[in-house]
Write a protein of this length. Structure first.
Length: 173
């Protein structure tokens, strides 16, 4: 019986050595794939904006803007407000009498800005991977106008030119 136990021990050591020889390159490929090829260590934010209109009084409506930031990456994104990661919402109006053709959004009059909406959170805003968030900003607007609503997440990666944004056009009747 002792002879068979010794033989089993030898075979087990051989099997473990072979498994280790296979596991090391497989683990190395996994690390390379995740951190180099797939950039799983990089932030990957996304933002969408939707708007709904609710009655307010005879001449005005409530424009409820849903800003929905989402972290599509695998690492948390920290927004601290102000210059270190924030979300801005801007409502612009389409004036009557625009000429036919392309509309330059930068030239539309800015009516209702809501800057630094993350700053209202004392400890900032941590966007965990895969979680859907919904920030609601409400504006009282005159009816009978079409608006462009833009939401922008900026400075989320400690670089001055990083931003993601989304826009929606809504008619308020």
């Amino acid at each position: 019986m002792a002879f068979q136990l010794e033989k089993a021990k030898t075979w087990a050591e051989l099997a473990l050595t072979c498994a280790s020889l296979v596991a090391i390159p497989v683990g190395g490929w996994w690390v390379y794939s995740n951190f180099t090829a797939e950039d799983t260590h990089e932030v990957n934010p996304n933002i969408t904006v939707t708007a709904e209109v609710q009655p307010y009084d005879d001449t005005r409506r409530l424009l409820m803007v849903h800003v929905k930031p989402k972290n599509l990456g695998k690492v948390p994104i920290e927004l601290d407000g102000g210059k270190t990661g924030d979300i801005d919402v801007l409502v612009k109006a389409f004036p009557a009498g625009l000429a036919n053709g392309r509309v330059d959004y930068d030239k539309l009059p800015r009516l209702f800005p809501a800057y630094h909406i993350v700053s209202k959170y004392e400890d900032g805003y941590v966007m965990e991977p895969g979680i859907d968030y919904d920030e609601v900003e409400t504006f009282v607007v005159p009816k009978g106008t079409t608006y462009l609503v833009n939401a922008e997440m900026n400075h989320y990666d400690d670089t001055p030119d990083d931003e993601v944004d989304d826009s929606v056009v809504v008619k308020v009747d």
